[in-house]
Design a binder for this molecule. Structure first.
Ligand code: GLA
Ligand code: ZN
Length: 680
């Protein structure tokens, strides 16, 4: 339970009452009740309104609205307004605004325009957090703290440089060590004095847009260190506020709404510091539903599988995509249940009342410009609010259980995408999705895991493109396999250590003995090129030859069994897929990027071997997930397609909780509809 005060789902929105005259507040409350809203987030962007000058705090308007909400049974997710500092503050303390990668010092404007290493920003953000905690410590309406908003902007200023040097001194201790780890013998970059260190930016070692639009760098280890440092600097801003708040209201949990699954912050480290994980889900209508599921699974992983909170989604339309399609009827409800089915205990929106001015005025809200709830979207919101009430006893606090872990790691993400060669198409999340999606299609749940986590509860661990891997993680993975686990990894994995230095000897360095192979060459294909995988009989797949592309490696077996071989070119006949016995388990290597059908068959094979079964067998357009509580299973069936679909429930009989119906045998599900089944 996120808060003992709200025993059901969090259902509400970002609320900006300070954009409106007070006369409208009562009408807001009336409509909140219509939709069943039980919590609102405020005051996310009201720093300027609360603090007119350094010593003047005015909470009167906030007190008034919070009291009014509470009197009407609506709780508050109290936000610190530190994502947008007042103009007077930027003016008085010029160290606050950020400096971009091109060395351009920003003036006041926009939001998230602060340097995470600005001493004045740190001091003043802690101060407002403390003032708020003092002011609201006894207010019964407060159920959660929401620190800042969508952290994630980097800065490259002199204060950042100074703190970077401090951070490096702690990490490397001596310059000799730093020079070694940064490989500064290359291009005569030896550093003799800590003060010679510059931040990696477009003015120094970053090559903007060099890698097919992504930034490249001359020195990966330095650039990756800057990302680690920035993620940590921003986390220190969060922790500065959290520390003040925890001193005063230790009983109220703290979160921050993360901006999607972004490469800016090492979210596993952030998860350790939040009490509740929460995030903002703004898919484009062209995103495949499996990508949205994956993102939910990442957020669930941040607190080790505990229920998370969807902090923002739009009721229908966004304003910042190039084309802002309305969510079609039923889609908001479907996406909300998708989120719950992956572990969320709440559905919150941006925002409550649609702004009349500025850049978000065409972003849908719960109260549209027409001003009343009698609209298509209004009716959908009311219906969802009612449905969620009916589900709370069963679903709140239920968990997801999976037997498969997919490894994801931020340092690896940075290393992969800074790598100059072998291919600019070697992007990390896309490689993860190649393995996530077939399992999603098969209705087999997965957890996203960090390579250093305890893997023993899984039967299978998949590590797509785990290029950078530290010794500790290698040992962790090896013990998992020794104890009987099945490990699957792909091309260009195990290659470098945490300093981005190649593990010499032969590829795939870290995993050579585990996989029982060595790789002589790594070929990168142009997008229009392909090779093939000729499948050995033993693999027993649907087809004899499958396409593959992107990367093809020349693999020599040193004990591993070859299950598939390249079909063409000078490495024709060399292993493309290998399997090695190791301890009580197996380690499988996929030395190329096979077409989707191949990966699906491969997943099926190893799931079968490990007795991992789909929750239900359905068409790929149907998503099936499961939450479990007190030994009872709740199966979510989501029809993402535009047509009615049939599903075979096999022998069991179920009660469907949303429409309160009994279902068995072959059932029909309408387009965009949702079923939640409980065994009957
Ligand atoms: C983000 C922000 C909100 C709002 C929405 C609009 O998620 O957190 O303040 O700008 O985007 O989609
Ligand atoms: Zn800075």
């Amino acid at each position: 339970m996120i808060s003992k005060k709200i025993k059901g789902f969090f259902y509400g929105a970002d609320y900006n009452p300070d954009q409106w005259n007070k006369e409208i507040w009562k009408e807001d409350i009336r409509q909140m009740k219509v939709h069943g809203v039980n919590v609102v987030t405020l005051p996310v962007f009201s720093w300027a309104k609360i603090q007119k000058s350094e010593d003047e705090f005015d909470f009167s308007w906030l007190d008034e609205i919070i009291d009014l909400l509470y009197e009407n049974g609506i709780y508050v997710n109290l936000a610190t307004p530190t994502a947008a500092q007042p103009a007077w503050m930027s003016k008085k303390y010029p160290d606050i605004t950020k400096t971009d990668m091109y060395g351009r010092k920003y003036k006041h404007g926009g939001r998230t325009n602060f340097c995470p290493n600005s001493p004045n920003y740190r001091r003043l953000s802690k101060k407002i957090a403390k003032e708020m905690a003092e002011n609201y410590k006894d207010h019964p309406a407060i159920v959660l703290w929401h620190i800042n908003n969508e952290y994630g902007e980097y800065c490259y200023c002199e204060n950042c440089r100074k703190n970077f040097i401090k951070w490096l001194k702690e990490k490397y201790d001596t310059l000799e060590n730093l020079n070694k780890c940064w490989y500064t013998s290359f291009w005569g970059h030896t550093i003799y004095d800590w003060d010679e260190i510059e931040v990696p930016s477009a003015l120094t070692e970053i090559l903007p847009g060099r890698l097919g639009g992504r930034d490249g760098t001359n020195f990966q280890s330095m650039a990756i260190d800057y990302r680690r440092f920035m993620s940590n600097s921003i986390l220190e801003c969060f922790l500065g506020e959290a520390e003040e708040i925890r001193k005063i209201t230790p009983h109220i949990p703290i979160t921050t709404n993360i901006w999607g699954i972004c490469d800016k912050l090492d979210l596993f480290k952030w998860g350790e510091e939040c009490d509740v994980a929460s995030w903002d889900n703004y898919p484009s209508s062209k995103d495949h539903p499996s990508l949205i599921s994956f993102r939910h699974d990442v957020v669930r992983a941040l607190k080790g599988g505990k229920p998370f909170l969807l902090m923002e989604q739009t009721p229908s339309q966004q304003n910042w995509q190039p084309y802002n399609e309305q969510k079609r009827p039923g889609v908001m409800r479907l996406l909300s249940y998708q989120c719950i089915s992956h572990g969320s205990d709440g559905i919150m929106f941006f925002q409550w009342r649609q702004s009349a001015g500025a850049c978000e005025k065409y972003h849908t809200a719960l109260v549209p410009h027409v001003g009343h709830e009698n609209t298509r979207i209004g009716r959908e919101l009311t219906q969802l609010g009612e449905e969620l009430k009916g589900l709370e006893d069963k679903i709140i606090d239920s968990k997801i259980e999976s037997k498969i872990g997919i490894i994801m790691d931020w340092s690896n993400w940075w290393a992969v995408e800074y790598s100059s060669g072998p291919s600019i198409d070697m992007t990390y999340i896309d490689r993860i999705m190649k393995y996530y999606k077939p399992l999603y299609d098969l209705n087999i749940p997965v957890d996203i895991v960090n390579p250093n986590m305890d893997l023993s509860k899984y039967d299978m661990v998949i590590a797509p493109l785990l290029y950078m891997v530290e010794d500790k993680a290698i040992n962790n993975i090896k013990s998992f396999v020794e104890d009987g686990g099945t490990f699957i990894t792909t091309f260009f994995s195990g290659i470098v250590d945490e300093n981005d230095h190649v593990r010499l000897g032969a590829y795939p360095g870290a995993f050579r003995d585990l996989l029982g192979i060595w790789v002589e060459e790594v070929d990168a294909l142009y997008p229009e090129m392909k090779n093939g995988i000729v499948v050995e009989k033993e693999l027993n797949m649907g087809k004899d030859v499958y396409d593959c592309n992107l990367i093809c490696e020349v693999v020599h077996s040193q004990g591993a069994k070859v299950l598939g071989r390249f079909a063409h070119d000078y490495y024709k006949g060399y292993g493309a897929i290998t399997e090695n016995s190791y301890g009580k388990g197996k380690a499988i290597y996929v030395a190329t990027e096979p077409e989707e059908g191949f990966i699906r068959e491969l997943m099926k094979k190893y799931c079968d071997e490990n007795k991992i079964k789909p929750i239900l067998k359905t068409s790929e357009e149907i998503e099936v997930t499961k939450r479990i509580k007190d030994n009872k299973e709740y199966i979510f069936i989501l029809n993402h397609s535009k047509k009615p679909q049939q599903i075979d429930l096999e022998v069991k009989k179920y009660k469907e909780l949303l429409k309160n119906q009994v279902l068995k045998g072959i059932i029909n599900i309408e387009p965009k509809d949702v079923f939640i089944l409980e065994e009957y």
